[in-house]
Design a protein around this ligand. Sequence first.
Ligand SMILES: *[C@@H]1O[C@H](CO)[C@@H](O)[C@H](O)[C@H]1NC(C)=O
Ligand SMILES: *[C@@H]1O[C@H](CO)[C@@H](O)[C@H](O)[C@H]1NC(C)=O
Ligand SMILES: *[C@@H]1O[C@H](CO)[C@@H](O)[C@H](O)[C@H]1NC(C)=O
Ligand SMILES: *[C@@H]1O[C@H](CO)[C@@H](O)[C@H](O)[C@H]1NC(C)=O
Ligand SMILES: *[C@@H]1O[C@H](CO)[C@@H](O)[C@H](O)[C@H]1NC(C)=O
Ligand SMILES: *[C@@H]1O[C@H](CO)[C@@H](O)[C@H](O)[C@H]1NC(C)=O
Ligand SMILES: *[C@@H]1O[C@H](CO)[C@@H](O)[C@H](O)[C@H]1NC(C)=O
Ligand SMILES: *[C@@H]1O[C@H](CO)[C@@H](O)[C@H](O)[C@H]1NC(C)=O
Ligand SMILES: *[C@@H]1O[C@H](CO)[C@@H](O)[C@H](O)[C@H]1NC(C)=O
Length: 500
Amino acid sequence: MLHLIFCFALILQSSTKAQITEPAKTTISATRKRFFDFTEVEENAEAFIINDFEFIFVYQRLTAAKAYLECIDRYYGHLAILDDTYLQDEVARALSETRLLFDTLWIGARMKPGLDQWWWGNESRFTEQLNQTFIDKFEYVTYPPDIDPPLGIKAAKRECLGFGRRNHVTPQFRPLNCKVERSYICQRPKSFKEANSTHKDWIKVHNRLYKIYYDQVDWTLAYLWCYRKDPQADLAYIPDYETSQIIGRHLLIGRPSLENAWIGAKWKRDAYVFVDERVALSNTSDDSGYPPWRNGTIRKTNGCVLLDRHLSNITLFVPTSCRRVRPIICSKLDVREKKDYWDIIIGEFGYRIYFSKKSWENAKAKCEEDGKGRLIEANKTEHILNLLYIMGENKTAVQHIWLAGRYDMLQDPPVWTWVYSKEKIVKLNWWQNTTYTEAVERANVCLNMDRENHIEATHYGTRCSFEQSFVCLWPAEQLKHKIRTEKEIRTTPALDDTFR
Ligand SMILES: *[C@@H]1O[C@H](CO)[C@@H](O)[C@H](O)[C@H]1NC(C)=O
Ligand SMILES: *[C@@H]1O[C@H](CO)[C@@H](O)[C@H](O)[C@H]1NC(C)=O
Ligand SMILES: *[C@@H]1O[C@H](CO)[C@@H](O)[C@H](O)[C@H]1NC(C)=O
Ligand SMILES: *[C@@H]1O[C@H](CO)[C@@H](O)[C@H](O)[C@H]1NC(C)=O
Ligand SMILES: *[C@@H]1O[C@H](CO)[C@@H](O)[C@H](O)[C@H]1NC(C)=O
Ligand SMILES: *[C@@H]1O[C@H](CO)[C@@H](O)[C@H](O)[C@H]1NC(C)=O
Ligand SMILES: *[C@@H]1O[C@H](CO)[C@@H](O)[C@H](O)[C@H]1NC(C)=O
Ligand SMILES: *[C@@H]1O[C@H](CO)[C@@H](O)[C@H](O)[C@H]1NC(C)=O
Ligand SMILES: *[C@@H]1O[C@H](CO)[C@@H](O)[C@H](O)[C@H]1NC(C)=O
């Protein structure tokens, strides 16, 4: 009993944080033999297999709606459908071996909106109605007939279903208000497990994840292979030299170690192209060494591209016949990578607001990274208004941003100038700068825009080394194009187009 209380205390304590602390885990595994073969999916998620499915306990408290989305987005599964007693018993047993002993976890059943019926499934697909015998076993606070329940509790809507354990390992179903935050159970097909791959986990390089499979297939099958293994993955996209070398190294250090493997590039009309990303490769390597063609240039056309580490001391892109059978490298974007910007298209302008803060110089460089973006020359009233909307009324509120203006001290007298067009800055609603001495002015030469009283703009020069948010500008079409390439929206090109 003492021991139980100890566990409880640990769990209560840790429940105030999203993640469960290590001691609880140690306590439990030290005192119970674990019968299920759990694998740690992430720091706060562990998985086990029952029949053809992998079930994942995720120790992060979310509303039912968010848990539902996280299952899809993060684990490529769905909230667990526990529609048979064997599953229910097994999951309850597994639960008893985790740090979540006493928790309620969201599963994939809910009241159909507007109806007084419980269904397995989700808003987009309800699969099976729960029968009354089952619903009668639900556990929730009820008041006996002679006590009038408090209004709030009487009106409580319990429309989402939680799963827990009663006594030792008896499954219990607990209807709850969908808005309360609970951990959850995701479910996905077992075959998702990475059979025949050279590394246990995905290999992360920048914002992409890679996986190498040692099965040998021709390029066409390799192309289908990746998204059959994982709907989010494609035959590998290798966007730069560094990535090619890192993945080359992993070909070597994996088990088994491999000499080469297919990546997603194939000859199309007049260039090698990463098919899914629609990125055409140059015929010759650039100064960075990319694409890493042998001897810096393509020799063969009409082939498919292998990433090959054994022909030289650097890893190369080697065009070869698409019919050869070779291992496969898949890749996908790391969805866990937090996007630190937000795009807004307004009319002919494409704005990208960055939440990560940078000095003026670094902000400018970030905007210009692709050669086409710019810090904003707010030389039109329209820009100022758009910026106010973006800063104050859209996704996130931002107080200060950098603009592309500088106090140009090389001119006599010094003058505020737009850095790209070199135009003098004329009509901005400047902060009264009468109190400024020339010395103050000279130390504050980068143009800042502030939002005051919700939607009033003020502009003034400030220290360039301050780190603050910024907005970059592209012509709308260019930003849209950029978004498309970044997202790498899967296009399923007509077969004859892809495999010609
Ligand atoms: C809803 O759940 C089903 C499983 O019952 C799943 O296959 C489907 O992908 C889910 N819908 C969405 C939009 O995720
Ligand atoms: C109701 O559902 C439970 C569990 O899903 C099942 O065991 C039971 O046989 C069902 N009862 C009826 C009458 O269909
Ligand atoms: C793994 O490779 C073996 C042969 O090496 C093959 O028979 C098997 O189907 C592969 N498994 C998967 C899941 O691809
Ligand atoms: C690349 O090489 C192919 C075949 O030699 C040629 O048709 C194509 O025009 C070249 N592309 C460029 C941009 O030079
Ligand atoms: C690349 O250049 C080396 C010498 O610099 C030469 O021996 C080799 O044959 C060349 N490889 C190809 C594929 O042309
Ligand atoms: C690879 O070898 C060549 C000559 O064989 C050498 O010039 C080059 O520096 C080497 N590159 C690396 C990355 O070791
Ligand atoms: C306004 O800025 C844009 C680019 O930022 C520039 O092309 C244009 O010439 C400027 N217009 C005026 C009137 O200064
Ligand atoms: C932000 O602005 C864009 C463009 O007007 C709009 O489509 C989007 O819905 C807005 N987002 C929010 C959260 O207001
Ligand atoms: C701010 O004051 C300084 C010094 O009085 C003056 O030279 C400068 O033009 C003023 N700046 C603006 C933007 O009005």
